[in-house]
Design a protein around this ligand. Structure first.
Ligand code: ACO
Ligand code: LMR
Length: 619
């Protein structure tokens, strides 16, 4: 690459900062320009490493992320540009670090507000080491059909419209990034388009000046004419006038210094750039335009004629045979991002996932349509939340209270029951919370805690088939099936389970009707006559009361059966008892209990002296 060229169609750059969108825009430009390879070698993101997923046309590619400039440079010695999106606090430091590497030749400083002192130091270092810095306070620039700096040139539609995917003959340079887009458009309308465009940035002392870039363009034989947009403030334009006068600049240069209104308007005019203020006559736009015109620069009478002057100059060069005809490539299509297409209503697709209970996309997520702040404000409580998320219903007060009552009642039943026992043994084996509670939860089933569903099913079957309690018990015995929800290891008629009594009392007081509970209690009368431990147990009581509750809430028999099939009622026991399992886990950890080993004297060892021998059996 010649000295005066900063970029070509093979240029590889690093992006410093988490600027995936800028990276994607660069890649889209590359693809549109039919470059062979993407221009982004990698991202330098001190907060993380790995990859960003971007698109090369329709194909998804992974672009690496590095934590430091050093790492990135080592991995990509062919990358010679760094687009620095670091903030004004660290832009100077990281720019300097990049310039000090052997391989990075050009750094673009995007940040606004970099201290002037730092920029001067950077500019001096770069000059001394034959390196280039564009900015600070710039969007960067674009080399048509070759390389685009970050967000320069705007959207891909703009780039396509202005044919920036192929080079023209104009070397363009401006102070402002926004005005550079305007400039590209004016050049596009009045010539064969830009060859390269650079915005030097709006600071008082940019690291490279308008003149620095014009002198680069002067040396480039591909650039036939130059267009420049200056700005009120500073004196860079006088240097340009000088360069034209002393023959350093020989190519036709069309130039306009914006900000002439500052003098015409009565009050002070505020321009966006730090450098755009005229504190003395020579810094005014009028004075600069005059000096440039006098030096031989083509200066229009106003910005309105800017395009006209470019056209005249270009046509003249063309008539002189100095402009080579542009080869017009057919740029490939850049696929639209799916999210943009959706936003514009251009595509639709079937979903693969559905949620009818919670939507988190709004400002506040909601439970079945009730925003979470309302859930709290209106005191839904855990019973109300379960109503919304499990039943998808705004449950009445008594139903919420019943759910909460069940959760409290089943929360724990001591360390001896299978679930708590397993949790404790697992915790003592050094395992964590999740493994420990899982080992407890897996014991919940038809014998322990998981008989709620079964109880709902069995008693419903008896009642809906109009069986008397005795007929029901006999029918179950004939089938050799234990009635789920009947029987307890510890509790009996003589030692009743207070938990069951509490639930019954609550239901009698608040439920409009309790037909299945009444039936189950009648069945209990029959079973306890056989054996006093065959009482309606906790699971059974929850199961039948859940059916009664749902009936009271208007659920049909069919709906209730579907809920039983889903394991709905067991869920209350599982949820409640998990509270206890966690308690046991924390208890063991707090007590720092050692590994559990079951005592030998509690194990019946009934091992034969030797195994039965299997004789060879003749076929
Ligand atoms: N239905 C009918 N008969 C039963 C039932 C029942 N649910 N439970 C026990 N029996 C009978 C047995 O067949 C046995 O009869 P037999 O003496 O004629 O052989 C007798 O009662 C004693 O049986 P055991 O298995 O010794 O009773 P145990 O007290 O050990 O069992 C258990 C307790 C496991 C709860 C048992 O009653 C049962 O399986 N019930 C159904 C499942 C259930 O409801 N589990 C939840 C319990 S509560 C909880 O875990 C929170
Ligand atoms: C429980 O709630 O865990 C108990 O009813 C089971 C038991 O065996 O005590």
């Amino acid at each position: 690459m010649e000295d005066y060229e900063l970029f070509n169609r093979k240029t590889k750059a690093f992006i410093f900062g988490t600027q995936q969108r800028a990276g994607q825009r660069m890649l889209d430009f590359d693809y549109l320009s039919q470059r062979e390879t993407p221009s982004v070698a990698g991202f330098i993101t001190p907060t993380g490493e790995g990859y960003y997923h971007l698109f090369w046309g329709t194909k998804e590619i992974r672009v690496p992320r590095y934590r430091s400039i050093e790492e990135a440079v080592k991995a990509h010695p062919d990358a010679d540009v760094m687009i620095n999106f670091a903030s004004e606090r660290s832009s100077a430091e990281t720019t300097m670090e990049a310039l000090e590497t052997e391989t990075i030749r050009t750094v673009v400083m995007i940040a606004e507000g970099v201290p002037q002192r730092d920029t001067r130091k950077i500019a001096a270092f770069a000059k001394k080491n034959n390196k280039w810095v564009i900015g600070p306070a710039t969007v960067g620039g674009i080399k048509a059909g070759a390389f685009k700096i970050g967000n320069a040139g705007g959207t891909i539609e703009n780039i396509k419209e202005l044919k920036l995917y192929r080079p023209g003959s104009v070397g363009f340079v401006s102070v402002s990034g926004g005005m550079s887009n305007e400039g590209y458009n004016i050049c596009h309308l009045n010539s064969d388009g830009i060859y390269e465009g650079i915005a030097v940035g709006g600071d008082v002392y940019p690291a490279t000046t308008l003149l620095d870039h014009l002198l680069r363009y002067e040396k480039n034989p591909k650039i036939k004419m130059m267009v420049c947009l200056g700005e009120v403030g500073g004196t860079d334009e006088y240097e340009i006038a000088k360069a034209v006068k002393n023959g350093e600049i020989t190519k036709p240069l069309v130039m306009w210094v914006t900000g002439t209104c500052a003098k015409v308007l009565p009050g002070q005019v505020q321009f966006g750039h730090a450098g755009a203020k005229a504190d003395r006559e020579e810094a005014t736009a009028q004075a600069k335009n005059k000096a440039l015109r006098e030096a031989g620069v083509i200066v229009p009478n106003s910005f309105d004629d800017f395009g006209e002057k470019i056209r005249e100059t270009f046509e003249k060069l063309k008539a002189e045979g100095k402009i080579e005809p542009v080869v017009e490539p057919t740029p490939p299509n850049i696929p639209m991002d799916y999210s943009a297409a959706v936003a514009q209503g251009l595509v639709r697709r079937p979903t693969h996932f559905i949620s009818t209970i919670c939507d988190e996309r709004g400002e506040l997520h909601n439970y079945c349509g009730v925003p979470i702040d309302e859930v709290i404000k209106k005191g839904y409580g855990i019973g109300g939340v379960i109503g919304l998320l499990w039943f998808k219903k705004d449950l009445p007060k008594y139903a919420r209270e019943f759910i909460e009552l069940v959760l409290q009642i089943v929360a724990d039943h001591g360390p001896a029951v299978s679930g708590a026992h397993n949790t404790i043994v697992t915790a003592r084996a050094g395992k964590g919370l999740i493994e420990s509670i899982i080992s407890g939860i897996v014991t919940i089933g038809p014998r322990f805690g998981g008989a709620v569903n079964g109880a709902a099913e069995h008693f419903t079957w008896g009642l809906e088939n109009n069986m008397s309690p005795r007929e029901f018990v006999d029918a179950m015995k004939a089938k050799n099936v234990r009635i789920q929800g009947i029987g307890h290891r510890i509790h009996s008629v003589e030692n009743p389970d207070a938990r069951v009594q509490i639930m019954i009392e609550f239901a009698r007081k608040h439920f409009p009707k309790t037909p299945l509970l009444d039936y189950a209690l009648a069945v209990e009368k029959v079973t306890t006559m056989k054996k006093s431990s065959l009482i309606l147990n906790v699971d059974g009581c929850i199961g039948v009361l859940c059916v009664d509750l749902l009936k009271n809430l208007g659920y049909s028999d069919k709906e209730i059966k579907e809920m039983i099939k889903m394991g709905f009622f067991n869920a209350l026991f599982i949820l409640g008892r998990t509270i206890g399992f966690m308690g046991h886990y924390f208890d063991q950890k707090r007590l720092k209990t050692p590994l559990y080993r079951h005592p030998w004297d509690d194990i019946l060892y009934d091992v034969p002296e030797k195994p039965d021998k299997v004789e060879n059996v003749e076929k």
